[in-house]
Design a protein around this ligand. Structure first.
Ligand SMILES: Nc1ncnc2c1ncn2[C@@H]1O[C@H](COP(=O)(O)OP(=O)(O)OP(=O)(O)O)[C@@H](O)[C@H]1O
Length: 315
């Protein structure tokens, strides 16, 4: 668990972070979002003591970070950034193996860990092991950066716009991979972005910042439902908030069980992992007000009806 209590950071006269309170539970994926210069990166960097805080308390699992050795602390916490920070004269394998090496792991364990992470990030071992950073595409370099951050098996991962410089498709793939990795390894992740769609997609806890302060925090669905003020409303995008909310809910949450009549008319299928936004798109495309929900084996498991989506909101 990461706890920030009344944490402030001043750079001379500039108050970059202004008395924020934030608790991130173990296993949460917490996303800090806000306009440029609102203090997101500074907040992140105070957690691993890359930047010392000016006032307040930062605790990791109950221990103040100021009581922890900064070098040890940074080895315990994975850190991935937009520019990747890979060492240019080191191969992919050497870059990924950096922290395990610093932690004094035996050679065989380091090799096994590099192999495991290459597989986890979808990078072919034979192709990438000996490549150098300049031989990688932007997306591949970002993957290596994330692999390196995960290498020492840290409980906490700090990610500062790690997918910032990528094209939308690569970016979406990496977001999906991060969610998959998070399902598999359950780290506590603090993720900084200024992209609200990325934030809504990834976050369990969404933290909205402005001018060094936390304006609102909570589950994405509730922040969309009840924005604290006009700033949050505008940041989230007022015009398509219905669709944004629909993209956070799976079709299985609103589908009905099948009865005989619904089995007879044979509407188009939609995957059980699809969201209500996908369902709306499919309904518009097929000019239908109902869809059959199917599982991975393509077996019919329920039916989603348009009128069900239009009922008062419930979760
Ligand atoms: N080393 C520094 N010296 C002086 N001021 C700084 C320093 N680092 C950050 N700041 C200031 O602190 C404020 C917060 O910066 P920070 O980088 O945390 O914002 P951010 O929300 O991450 O922005 P962005 O999305 O543009 O990266 C800004 O006003 C910035 O100019």
């Amino acid at each position: 668990m990461i706890e920030l209590q009344q944490v402030t950071k001043r750079f001379g006269m500039t108050v970059a972070v202004d008395a924020i309170d934030l608790t991130i539970e173990t296993g949460e994926l917490c996303v800090l979002v806000g306009t440029s210069g609102c203090g997101k990166s500074t907040t992140l960097r105070m957690i691993n003591r890359l930047i010392p805080h000016s006032a307040g308390d930062i605790r990791i699992d109950g221990t103040a970070v100021t009581d922890l050795d900064p070098v040890q602390l940074r080895r315990r916490i994975g850190y991935a950034i937009q520019s990747t920070g890979l060492f240019p004269h080191w191969t992919v394998a050497q870059n990924i193996g950096l922290v395990p090496q610093l932690l004094g792991w035996p050679k065989a364990k380091i090799q096994a860990r590099i192999e495991e992470l290459l597989a986890l990030l979808g990078l072919d071992r034979t192709e990438f092991w000996t490549k150098y950073p300049h031989q990688l595409s932007g997306g591949q370099a970002q993957r290596v950066g994330v692999a390196r951050a995960l290498a020492g098996d840290p409980d906490i991962l700090l990610m500062d716009e790690p997918f910032g410089a990528l094209d939308p498709i690569t970016r979406e793939n990496l977001q999906d991979e991060l969610l998959r990795i998070q399902q598999a390894v359950r780290k506590t992740i603090v993720f900084v972005t200024h992209d609200i769609d990325e934030a809504l997609k990834l976050a369990n806890r969404l933290v909205i910042m402005d001018q060094g302060k936390i304006i609102q925090q909570g589950e994405p669905w509730y922040v969309l439902e009840q924005p604290a003020n006009a700033f949050v409303e505008n940041l989230l995008g007022k015009a398509d908030r219905g669709l944004k909310q629909a993209s956070l809910t799976l079709v299985t949450a609103l589908m009905d069980t099948l009865d005989e009549s619904s089995r007879q008319n044979n509407p188009p299928p939609i995957d059980a992992t699809a969201t209500l936004k996908d369902a709306m798109s499919a309904m518009l495309w097929h000019r239908t007000d109902r869809l059959n929900v199917v599982n991975a084996q393509k077996e019919l498991i329920g039916q989603l009806r348009l009128d069900r989506m239009l009922r008062p909101k419930e979760r």
